[in-house]
Write a protein that binds this ligand. Sequence first.
Ligand code: SIN
Ligand code: FE2
Length: 196
Amino acid sequence: MLLRGFACGADVEVLQVVEAVMAAAPLRHMQTPGGYTMSVATTSCGALGWVSDARGYRYAALDPRSGQPWPALPASFLDLARCAAARTGYADFTPESCLINEYVPGAKLSLHQDKDEKDLSAPIVSLSLGLPAVFLFGSASRKDRAQRYRLVHGDVVVWGGPSRLAYHGVMPLADGEHALLGRRRINLTFRRVRVA
Ligand code: SIN
Ligand code: FE2
């Protein structure tokens, strides 16, 4: 489900908090298990953060760069994620992790499923900020052709239930200039990892 402009009233505050998270846990380009460097730069906040290296993809309680816990999930983020989940039919969504992805022009995310979470009954809540992107969203079968959606600043996408394991990705980011973020797109995905 696509909630157009859902976060627009909160964008400035969310971005301030994102900057604070990035100051404590800087963006970095993770290595994929296959040995590639991701074009998207990532960091996390919450009790668990998503990490990738030669050993695989997983959630970890400590930031591997600092050896410290990830910054806490801010209350304003939790409110926004819960509110978007409730609006789309998922009551009591309590994410433990917020993955922050930064895209610069040319950065992309290949089609994948979000399946490192143990609790697949909870949805993924995604907030887009900054430059527009073309989001690809298919089905749980890689063979099905993905639909394309243009996501702009403030849009929220929620996928869960029958769509929880849908393949999705982001086309290479087109260059541009955003009033708040410049030549960048930032995406936050809120995730419930452990079974509640
Ligand atoms: C993701 O799949 O983790 C991020 C999707 C996005 O950047 O819109
Ligand atoms: Fe994903």
